[in-house]
Unconditional design. Structure first.
Lengths: 222, 454
C-alpha cells in the first residue's frame, strides 16, 4: 500500500469521505491522472488558476459538508471569463463548509462511471457503467472483482447494453477503448491495494473521446 | 479439513437419543441409519441402558470403535462438551443438528464450536441443520422414512443453507428422474460453509454436478468461491435468495447505490463458470440436463414436435434465450420427406420446428431424430412428444436414447408428467435422456447447455 495514499485517507477518516482535490491526489499516486486543475481559496487565486487552464472551464465547490455538489448548485459548467468566474466564486464561497473552488478543464465525450465498493461477500469490486447523472436510471453496469486485467475491462465494457453507443453509433466517433480499459485496470489495482480502507469510490463522469479517457470528477467514501 | 469421513463414514454415533420419546429427532436418525444405511450405527445417552434391545452408550468415548461421524442432537448448551468428547474419542467429524446458537442469540455457544473445531482441526457441519444425505452410508435427516419419497441415487450433489429447501429440492429432482450423489444442509455454517462443500464435491468421484441454494456468503467467502470455481471442471448451478435490497439505506455514492449485494453477486458469478438459475424451475432443469448431458457448445437447436403449437412455444423460448433455430435446407427437407410414413408425408412441415403432426408414430420420430442428429447445423434436439397420440408407444424413449448415445449430441424431451405416462418417461430417463414436464423446462435445459458452453 502506498503510504502517501494512506496518509490522505486517514486524514479524512473522521469526515467520512475525501474532498475532490484530495481524492485526485490519491488517484495520481496510482498513476490515474485527471486533466490539469487548480484549487483556489481566494478570488485572486481563482483568476490566476483560470489563466493556466483557459476558458471556458468548470468551477466546483470544495466542501467537506457537500458530498453531492450538483444538488446545491455547486458545479458550474462553461464559465467563460474572469467576470463570470468572480461571480461564481462569490456565490460558491457562501456555501456551507467552503474550502475553496476547484477549477477544471471542460471535457466532452461519452460519459462513463467507473466505481468501486467494498462488497461484504466479494471484497473490492469495480463497477463500469454508462454514466453521468443518469446512471441510476439506466442501471447499465458491469461489476467485476478487483483487480481486473485490461482484457477483462474491455470485455466488461462490451457487455454493457449500451456498448454500441461507444463504438461509433450513428456517425459519432468510437471512444478509445484501449485508453478507458487501461484506466479501469489501473483503477482496479488501486482499489485492491487500498482494500479495507475504502467503502466506495465514484469516478463519475469519466469522459471518453476517440483520443482519451479523462476523470472529470472523483469521490472517495471511507 | 477432511470431509471424507463425514460423507462416507464406516461408523456413526447418534448422540442425544431419548429413552422415553421415540419421536425425538435423534431416535429417528438412529433408527433410520441403523436399519437402512450401511454405516455401523451407535446411539448415545448419558443414562445408558438399552433402546429396542440395542446398547445405549453413555458417551462417545465408550463406543468400542473410533467412530467416523458423530451426529449431535442435544441441547445447545451441551454441544461444546459433547464435541470435546468426540475429539477425545478420535471421531472423524461431527454434524450438529441442534438449534439454539447464533440464530437465537447464542453467538457465544457458536463461537465455542468454532474454537473447538479450529483447535483440533475437527470438521463440523451445522449447527441448526438437517445434516447430510449420503447414500448408501448415512442419512442424518430427522424426517421419518415413511414421510419421504425414495430418493434416487445419482450424480448430483446439493448444498443448501436451509434444510427445508434442501428436502424440497431433493424431492423435486427425484420427481424429474434426477439421482443424487449427496445432499447437505449447512445451517449456521459455523465451521464449514458452501465453499468447503463445493471444494469437496468438485473432487468427489460420485458427484458430476453441484447445485447450491445460497442465501449469502460470509465475509469474503464469495471471493473464495469464485477463486475455487476457476479450476472447476464440473457444472455448478446456483439458486440465490435474498435478492431484495433490505430497506432503503442512504448511501453517499452512485456505485454503492447501484451495486447492491445481489447485483454484485449475480454480476460476479457471471464471470465464472457458475450458472445462476433465476428460479426453482431453472435450477431443477439445469441440474437435470447437466446430470444427463456433458456436451458443451450448444447453439443451434432443432425442434421436432408432434404439435405445431408446442413447436412455436419452444421456438419462442429458444429465440429469447439467444439460441438459434437452425434453418433446414430445402434439399434436406426433400430427402427426409419420403423417409417418413405415408400418412405423415403430405401433412408434415419440415422447416424448423419440424412438425410431424399428430399422425406421426415412433418410426417417424426416430427417423427424424436420426436424420437431424447427423446434420452439422444441429447441436441439440428438442423433442416435444405427446404420449396420447395413437402412433407413439412406450418404446420411443429407449429408441431415441440409443440414437442420442450414438451421435453424442444431446436430445432433450418434453412430455407431460402424469403418472399414466410414467412408462413413456422412464424409457427416456432410464436411458439418459432428460424429460422436462413443460416445454419451458425443455427450453431451459437447452439454454443451460448453451450457457455452460460459453
Amino acid at each position: 500500500m502506498k503510504e502517501d495514499a494512506k496518509t490522505i485517507l486517514d486524514r479524512w477518516r473522521d469526515t467520512g469521505w475525501v474532498i475532490e482535490p484530495e481524492a485526485r491526489k490519491v488517484l495520481k499516486l496510482y498513476g490515474l491522472y485527471t486533466a490539469p486543475y487548480s484549487w483556489a481559496m481566494t478570488a485572486e487565486e481563482a483568476v490566476k488558476g483560470a489563466g493556466k487552464i483557459g476558458y471556458p472551464l468548470v468551477a466546483k465547490i470544495v466542501s467537506a459538508d457537500i458530498i453531492h455538489k450538483s444538488d446545491v448548485g455547486g458545479v458550474v459548467v462553461g464559465v467563460r471569463d474572469d467576470k463570470e468566474l468572480l461571480a461564481v466564486f462569490t456565490r460558491l464561497s457562501s456555501l456551507q463548509g467552503f474550502q475553496g473552488v476547484l477549477l477544471d478543464e471542460m471535457q466532452s465525450g461519452f460519459e462513463l462511471i467507473i466505481g468501486s465498493k467494498h462488497d461484504p461477500q466479494f471484497g473490492p469490486v469495480v463497477l463500469i457503467g454508462i454514466g453521468g447523472t443518469s446512471v441510476e436510471i439506466y442501471q447499465d453496469v458491469a461489476i467485476r472483482m478487483a483487480p481486473v486485467t485490461v482484457k477483462e475491462a474491455k470485455e466488461a465494457l462490451l457487455s454493457l447494453r449500451g456498448s454500441r453507443l461507444m463504438q461509433g453509433y450513428r456517425g459519432k466517433p468510437a471512444i478509445n477503448m484501449g485508453s478507458i480499459a487501461n484506466l479501469i485496470a489501473k483503477f482496479s489495482e488501486m482499489v485492491y491495494d487500498l482494500r479495507g480502507r475504502i467503502s466506495s469510490i465514484d469516478l463519475n463522469p469519466v469522459m471518453c473521446s476517440s483520443r482519451k479517457a479523462v476523470i472529470a470528477d472523483a469521490r472517495i467514501v471511507l | 479439513m477432511n470431509l471424507k469421513k463425514i460423507f462416507d463414514p464406516r461408523s456413526v454415533a447418534v448422540v442425544g437419543v431419548s429413552l422415553s420419546n421415540p419421536f425425538n429427532p435423534a431416535n429417528i436418525i438412529y433408527h433410520k441409519n441403523n436399519l437402512r444405511y450401511k454405516a455401523r450405527t451407535y446411539c448415545v445417552n448419558p443414562a445408558g441402558g438399552t433402546l429396542y434391545g440395542e446398547t445405549v452408550y453413555r458417551s462417545v468415548t465408550e463406543i468400542p470403535e473410533k467412530v467416523d461421524l458423530a451426529v449431535l442432537s442435544v441441547r445447545a448448551e451441551l454441544v461444546p462438551a459433547v464435541m470435546e468428547e468426540c475429539v477425545r474419542a478420535g471421531a472423524g467429524g461431527a454434524i450438529i443438528i441442534s438449534g439454539g446458537f447464533a440464530e437465537s442469540g447464542r453467538g457465544d455457544l457458536q463461537q465455542r464450536i468454532q474454537e473447538i473445531a479450529k483447535a483440533n482441526n475437527f470438521p463440523v457441519i451445522g449447527p441448526n441443520c438437517l445434516g447430510i444425505f449420503s447414500p448408501p452410508g448415512v442419512d442424518t435427516f430427522f424426517l421419518p422414512h415413511e414421510r419421504l419419497i425414495a430418493l434416487r441415487e445419482g450424480s448430483v450433489a446439493l448444498v443448501s443453507q436451509s434444510g427445508g429447501i434442501l428436502v424440497d429440492q431433493t424431492i423435486k429432482l427425484t420427481q424429474e428422474g434426477v439421482g443424487l450423489s449427496r445432499a447437505v444442509s449447512i445451517g449456521n455454517k459455523a465451521v464449514l460453509d458452501e465453499v468447503d462443500m463445493l471444494d469437496f464435491f468438485l473432487k468427489d468421484r460420485r458427484t458430476n454436478v453441484v447445485g447450491l441454494y445460497i442465501e449469502g456468503f460470509s465475509e469474503g467467502r464469495g471471493r473464495d468461491f469464485i477463486t475455487l470455481m476457476k479450476s472447476a471442471k464440473k457444472p455448478v448451478v446456483v439458486l440465490k435468495s435474498g435478492k431484495t435490497p433490505g430497506g432503503s439505506r442512504a448511501v453517499s455514492s452512485h456505485t454503492a447505490s447501484i451495486a447492491g449485494d445481489y447485483k454484485v453477486f449475480s454480476e460476479v458469478l457471471q464471470t465464472s463458470s457458475v450458472i445462476e438459475a433465476r428460479n426453482e424451475m431453472e435450477f431443477v432443469s439445469y441440474c437435470e440436463v447437466f446430470s444427463c448431458c456433458s456436451r458443451k457448445h450448444v447453439k443451434n437447436v432443432c425442434i421436432i414436435t408432434a404439435s405445431g403449437g408446442h413447436g412455436a412455444i419452444a421456438a419462442d423460448g429458444c429465440f429469447h434465450g439467444g439460441l438459434s433455430i437452425a434453418e433446414v435446407p430445402e434439399e434436406d427437407a426433400a430427402a427426409l420427406r419420403p423417409m417418413l410414413s405415408k400418412s405423415v408425408q403430405g401433412i408434415c412441415s419440415l422447416e424448423n420446428p419440424v412438425d410431424l403432426t399428430g399422425s406421426a408414430g415412433d418410426i417417424d420420430f426416430q427417423t427424424s431424430v436420426k436424420f437431424f442428429l447427423e446434420k452439422d447445423y444441429v447441436d441439440c434436439i428438442l423433442l416435444l412428444l405427446l404420449p396420447y397420440l395413437p402412433g407413439i408407444t412406450s418404446d420411443v424413449g429407449a429408441r431415441v436414447a440409443q440414437l442420442a448415445r450414438e451421435s453424442g449430441k444431446p436430445v432433450i424431451t418434453y412430455m407431460p408428467h402424469i403418472d399414466k405416462y410414467g412408462i413413456f418417461i422412464d424409457g427416456f430417463e432410464s436411458n439418459g435422456v432428460p424429460v422436462a414436464h413443460s416445454v419451458e423446462g425443455a427450453v431451459y435445459m437447452a439454454l443451460g447447455l448453451a450457457r455452460r458452453g460459453r
